[in-house]
Design a binder for this molecule. Structure first.
Ligand SMILES: [Zn+2]
Length: 240
C-alpha cells in the first residue's frame, strides 16, 4: 500500500500532466485548468477517506472542505455581501470538516467500497452533478471536473495495487486485489447503496453529447507532433 506522500506526489504529477495537456489542446482556460488540477490532486487522496483516524485522513478532509468552501464562495462572490459569504464559507467548511468527517469515519471500512472501480464512477458522476447543479457550471466544465477527480482517484487505486506487489520476493502481498476491484464483496450493503446513488447521478448527469464530440474531434484532429515536440529551427536541426 502506497503512503500519503507517494499518493500526493504521483497525483500531483498525473494531474499536472493532464491539465497542461488540456490547456495545450485549447480545451480549457488557464483559470479552469487550475481548478481541474486541484481536483485531480484531491481525487488522488480521496480513496483513503476510508482509513481510520489518522493525520493523512485529517489532511484529506482539510483539503476537501477548503476546496468545497472556496469553490462555492468564489462562484457566488458577486451576488452576496462579504458577511454572507463568510457565513456560507464557515457553514460549508465546518459541515464537511466535522459533520461529514464523523459520518464517514463511522460508516466506512478500510479498503472497502471506496477502494473500487464503482467508487471511481460514483465520484465522477457526483462531482459532475455537483458542479452542474450546485455551482451552476457549464456541462463541459462539470464533465471536466468529474473526469479530473476520477482520474486522480484511479491513479490512487492503481498505485495501491502496484504497491501490493512485493518486488523483492516477487510475490503478491495480502492486500493484492483490494484496491482495483469492481465493487466490495464484504461491504455488500454499502456497494448496493453506492450503485443505486450512481444510477441516480447518471439520470441527472449534465448533457454529455457535445462534450464528448468536442473531445473526440480535438483528439482526432490535433497535430500531435506539433503539440509534443518543439517546432523551432534549432530542434529540427538536431533531428537532421
Ligand atoms: Zn488507498
Amino acid at each position: 500500500m502506497a503512503n500519503f506522500k507517494t499518493h500526493l506526489a504521483v497525483a500531483t504529477g498525473a494531474s499536472g500532466l493532464a491539465s497542461v495537456t488540456l490547456l495545450n489542446l485549447n480545451l480549457a482556460t488557464p483559470w479552469e485548468t487550475g481548478s481541474y488540477f486541484l481536483l485531480g490532486v484531491l481525487g488522488g487522496l480521496l480513496p483513503d477517506i476510508d482509513s481510520d483516524r489518522s493525520t493523512p485522513l485529517l489532511m484529506i478532509f482539510y483539503g476537501l472542505s477548503m476546496y468545497c468552501a472556496f469553490a462555492m464562495v468564489f462562484n457566488i462572490a458577486l451576488q452576496y455581501s462579504l458577511v454572507e459569504l463568510f457565513a456560507i464559507w464557515v457553514a460549508i467548511y465546518f459541515g464537511i470538516r466535522y459533520l461529514i468527517f464523523e459520518m464517514v469515519i463511522r460508516v466506512t471500512v478500510h479498503r472497502g467500497v471506496f477502494h473500487s472501480l464503482l467508487a471511481v464512477a460514483f465520484m465522477l458522476l457526483l462531482t459532475a452533478d455537483c458542479f452542474y447543479y450546485v455551482l451552476h457550471k457549464s456541462a463541459r466544465y462539470s464533465w471536466n471536473a468529474g473526469v479530473f477527480l476520477a482520474l486522480g482517484y484511479l491513479v490512487h487505486l492503481s498505485l495501491d495495487e502496484l504497491f501490493s506487489v512485493d518486488l523483492h520476493n516477487k510475490r503478491m502481498k495480502k492486500s493484492f486485489g483490494t484496491a482495483l476491484k469492481l465493487f466490495s464483496r464484504q461491504n455488500k450493503g454499502a456497494s448496493l447503496l453506492m450503485a443505486a446513488s450512481l444510477l441516480l447521478f447518471m439520470h441527472y448527469a449534465p448533457p454529455a453529447k457535445s462534450y464528448w464530440q468536442t473531445l473526440q474531434h480535438t483528439m482526432q484532429h490535433a497535430d500531435w507532433q506539433a503539440k509534443l515536440l518543439p517546432q523551432q529551427q534549432w530542434f529540427k536541426g538536431l533531428l537532421n
